[in-house]
Write a protein that binds this ligand. Structure first.
Ligand code: 13P
Length: 335
């Protein structure tokens, strides 16, 4: 890591440059199929390429997008003009990233919970990804909330794996985005989400420290503190902003340069409003920005519907989400 220390710090900072955030376009083959099914487009290598080409060639989006997380297939795919997607992005000043986990699988001994796999062979894969142009990576752990979940066991193994992944990334000169996602699908209150997120972050930073991860050379990608979707009492924007900041300020060391939120199923407008509200509260120890998947892409996907004629409208929709989130990353979004 010592070899790459300054490069890691520089890349992490560049990913959270003022008014910029990350596009998560790293849907696995299974997830992108769901997204394409929703617009009645068959998921094939060609349609996946066409969709990603649409996003990455959107003119001007690079003013607001510092980096793009790619799925492995996309990292090794070419744009319509024959350049690799990684090169196309880098030429626009957008940093290519790569999802490196192999998905969340049932946890032995507690099969209703999940543990993210993908550590075997990771050192070798990271070398290949760096060679292909990737300078940052993502690993997502999934924690769900129910009456008797998450268990300490589930939190522990996921935190341990996140730290192992992060240490391997830094050794390879790749900035790890550490993503412990507490899901917002349940019926839990915002208070319960705060308590669980607090426990998870506490454990994650404990493991990162034990495993000698350079905090200055990583980013955290957390959920916001929010009521579960099935909860009858939904919190307002200001309450979410306060609870999320309180939780992060307790648990995330100031050495971490940036926190890039996932959207996790929030509507695109709401995800923007939450980020904006947090940044309107003034400077925090770390930059607060976005690493949205659905909240950046949903309107573009809906506008495209797989029709070449709809590409300009889809790009306009994506540009608008990128611009608004860029503004929210500086607390100057007005709906
Ligand atoms: P969402 O913003 O759609 O939650 O996706 C972000 C992501 O990368 C989840 O791993």
């Amino acid at each position: 890591m010592a070899m790459y220390e300054q490069a890691l710090i520089d890349t992490a900072k560049a990913l959270v440059a003022p008014g910029k955030g990350v596009l998560a376009a790293d849907e696995s083959t299974g997830t992108i199929k769901k997204r394409l099914d929703s617009i009645n487009v068959e998921s094939t290598e060609a349609t996946r390429q066409a969709y990603r080409n649409l996003l990455f060639t959107t003119e001007g989006a690079e003013q607001f997008i510092s980096g793009v997380i790619l799925f492995e297939e996309t990292l090794f795919q070419n744009a319509d003009d024959g350049t690799s997607f990684a090169r196309l992005l880098a030429d626009k000043g957008v940093i290519p990233g790569i999802k490196v986990d192999k998905g969340a699988k049932p946890l032995a001994g507690s099969p209703e919970e999940k543990v993210t796999e993908g550590l075997d062979g990771l050192r070798d894969r990271l070398g290949e990804y760096r060679e292909a142009g990737a300078r940052f990576a993502k690993w997502r752990a999934v924690i769900d909330i129910a009456d008797d979940r998450p268990s300490d066991y589930c939190i522990h193994v996921n935190a341990h794996a996140l730290a192992r992944y992060a240490a391997l990334c830094q050794e390879a000169g790749i900035v790890p985005i550490v993503e412990p996602e507490v899901l917002m699908d349940g019926a839990n209150s915002i208070e319960r989400c705060e308590a669980v997120t607090d426990r998870v972050l506490d454990r994650v930073f404990d493991e990162l420290k034990t495993q000698r991860v350079l905090l200055e050379g990583m980013l955290l990608k957390p959920n916001m503190v929010i009521a579960g979707k099935q909860c009858p009492q939904q919190a307002g924007v200001e309450e979410v902003a306060d609870a999320t900041l309180r939780c992060l300020r307790r648990r995330v060391p100031a050495a971490v340069p940036g926190i890039v939120f996932l959207s996790g199923g929030q509507s695109d407008e709401v995800a923007t409003a939450h980020l904006d509200a947090m940044n309107k509260r003034g400077p925090q120890p770390w930059v607060l920005s976005f690493s949205y998947g659905r909240a950046l892409q949903a309107p573009a996907l809906a506008a495209w519907r797989g029709e070449p004629d709809n590409i300009p409208a889809a790009q306009q929709a994506y540009y608008k989400r990128a611009r608004n989130n860029g503004a929210a990353a500086e607390g100057r979004y007005s709906p």
